[in-house]
Write a protein that binds this ligand. Structure first.
Ligand code: PEP
Length: 249
């Protein structure tokens, strides 16, 4: 049985004190969850929140890491540094990083490799923009993103990847993919993994849906056989909403 997961992406929200308060609230609310629960926080929160979550089932993720291992890269944070805080996961390939910071397939391939070399499990995001969906090119786009940055991995490496299908037109817009659109894409992604790595790895890969998933629509999205959970932005910033989504999985 593949792992089910609900992961929160805080993005650039919450100062350290507010982040500690939210993580403390979540720690009190999330007891014996039925799925893996992850929160992805800004870099500067990681070490503090890792300590806070030590005796909690909630795992911790960074939202990014550098594409270089170490050295003269002012302002960057390496995968090794992330790992040393106690975080276990790292979101990579988020559409905001691709669009605003020009992270292309090659940069993301390096980041994924560095995360894996440092025993961080990537949550790798893929998804098409509105114009690509309107032109019927969503499958082509997602295939190229996988081939460009993660299908170079060995089967052993790939087994540490969680994928997140996040149609860009649905992120932070209130427009959610329909359960049918999500299922169709997730099944397609699983078929690509099957062609590349075989049936067992395809069946074992966790594929999350992200894009305006909230306390109201999560249960319907998670009912689909190939939707293994969610990557949640806005709705992960309110503990009761995030808990409702966790309980829907
Ligand atoms: C995200 O940023 O990964 C995301 C899915 O955001 P939202 O839930 O706010 O659409």
């Amino acid at each position: 049985m593949r792992k089910k997961m609900v992961a929160g992406n805080w993005k650039m929200n919450k100062n350290l004190q507010e982040g500690v308060a939210l993580a403390t609230e979540l720690k009190q609310l999330v007891i014996n969850p039925k799925c893996e629960v992850v929160i992805a926080t800004p870099f500067i929160h990681l070490a503090t929140i890792a300590q806070l979550l030590k005796d909690s089932p909630i795992a911790l993720a960074a939202e990014n890491c550098a594409d270089k291992p170490a050295g003269a890269f002012t302002g960057e944070v390496s995968a090794e540094m992330v790992k040393s805080t106690g975080a276990q996961y790292c979101i990579l390939g988020h559409s905001e990083r691709r669009a605003y910071y020009h992270e292309d397939y090659d940069i993301l391939r390096e980041k994924v490799l560095l995360a894996l070399q440092n025993q961080l499990k990537p949550i790798f995001c893929i998804g098409e923009v509105k114009e690509e969906r309107e032109a019927g090119k969503q499958n082509q786009v997602v295939k190229a993103q996988l081939e460009g940055s993660v299908f170079n991995l060995t089967p052993e490496q790939f087994q540490n990847i969680t994928l997140a299908y996040e149609p860009v037109w649905a992120i932070g817009t209130g427009l959610t993919a329909t359960p049918q659109q999500a299922q169709e894409m997730h099944a397609y992604i699983r078929s690509l993994i099957q062609q590349k790595y075989g049936e067992q790895i395809a069946q074992d890969t966790t594929i999350l849906y992200g894009g305006s998933c909230n306390a109201k629509n999560a249960a319907e999205l998670f009912q689909n056989p190939d939707v293994d959970g969610g990557l949640i932005g806005g709705a992960s910033l309110k503990a009761p909403d995030f808990l409702t989504i966790i309980n829907a999985r």
